[in-house]
Write a protein that binds this ligand. Structure first.
Ligand SMILES: Cc1cc2nc3c(=O)[nH]c(=O)nc-3n(C[C@H](O)[C@H](O)[C@H](O)COP(=O)(O)OP(=O)(O)OC[C@H]3O[C@@H](n4cnc5c(N)ncnc54)[C@H](O)[C@@H]3O)c2cc1C
Length: 288
């Protein structure tokens, strides 16, 4: 693990806002409005060289944020690493990060966590991304293609309308930035369920896949865990829970699993889907 002051190479908004009809309501307390999604490239060749797909870094987000914020390693190159992140309208840390300019320095430490693990005999890899869940899966796709795997990506994003009834701009990660050499299937959901969710695509691809990797909201995992098609299938999921230190010290991210208590920052964030007790989970994180 390395702690560095990383220079911002570039930082730009690549998706526009998502304003939700039911944001901050009792009906869907996990729903927050998003100012947009940003792609930031940071100069940190040592972290980039050490990072594995599925690992994350902690970012110190300015003096007003006491705790660092966790973000998945989204992409790497010889100079550094990219993060792809949602900026919450009421999120202190993500607002701060979105306002960094080229040449600014950002304190980060990592890489942290276990990352995804590909079985040696697996060839066909199915990646399932719910919304911003695409963040760690782009890195996994790029590395897997380099190693000769066949990769299919199923991705879903919200198509719900604004409180005014007008449409939100597309929430799909830009096509031209997706890794080359993968097969992509896209679906858009809406609040009233008129269109499809990413898991609706899954049954058509399960038989093709040797291994499945997913990143998305808890509700997506809960549904996946009940799908008969996925019973006894090797599925790894990346968990997003509120985290304190990111380094195994504070125990703030402890979860209860079928194999006992685990720290998401150290034992995860990637777990076997069958290891989790999904019925004990709340929408915005774990309940132990
Ligand atoms: C392992 C891991 C990887 C992640 N990777 C990404 C990513 O690649 N892209 C991305 O957009 N988001 C990612 N997240 C979520 C991201 O960390 C939060 O959106 C971010 O911390 C919110 O910070 P804030 O100050 O803007 O929000 P605030 O709500 O003001 O944050 C308050 C506190 O709650 C924590 N928090 C709030 N929401 C979350 C959340 N959903 N998950 C974890 N902690 C939260 C913050 O870290 C902070 O300590 C990841 C979370 C984890 C645990």
């Amino acid at each position: 693990m390395k702690q560095v002051k990383a220079e911002v190479i570039s930082n730009k908004r690549i998706l526009r806002e998502l304003e939700r009809r039911d944001a901050y309501t009792f009906k869907r307390p996990e729903a927050r409005n998003v100012s947009g999604s940003w792609l930031i490239w940071l100069k940190c060749p040592d972290i980039a060289a050490a990072a594995k797909p599925g690992q994350f870094v902690m970012v110190n987000c300015g003096e007003d944020c006491y705790l660092p914020r966790p973000f998945s390693v989204h992409r790497v190159n010889k100079d550094g690493m990219a993060l792809f992140f949602n900026v919450w309208q009421d999120g202190k840390g993500t607002q701060w990060l979105s306002q960094r300019n080229t040449g600014d320095n950002v304190d980060i430490f990592g890489p942290l966590g276990n990352g995804f693990s590909i079985n040696p005999e697996a060839h066909n890899l199915l990646l399932v991304a719910g919304g911003t869940g695409i963040a760690p899966l782009c890195f996994l796709a790029e590395e897997s293609i380099k190693k000769g795997h066949s990769v299919k990506l199923l991705r879903g994003a919200s198509g719900e309308s604004k409180p005014t009834g007008k449409e939100n701009p597309s929430q799909h990660y830009p096509e031209e930035l997706l890794p080359r050499g993968i097969e992509v299937h896209t679906i858009t959901s809406s609040l009233d369920g008129r269109k499809g969710m990413v898991i609706d695509l899954l049954p058509n691809f399960v038989d093709w896949a040797d291994q499945i990797f997913a990143c998305g909201p808890t509700a997506m995992y809960r549904t996946m865990a009940k799908m008969p098609e996925l019973k006894n299938r090797p599925v790894q999921v990346s968990l997003e829970v509120v985290m304190g230190c990111g380094a195994g010290v504070c125990y703030g991210c402890t979860i209860r699993t079928k194999k006992g208590l685990k720290q998401v920052c150290k034992d995860g964030p990637v777990f076997e889907m069958g290891e989790m007790e999904w019925d004990n989970w709340g929408e915005r994180g774990k309940a132990i």
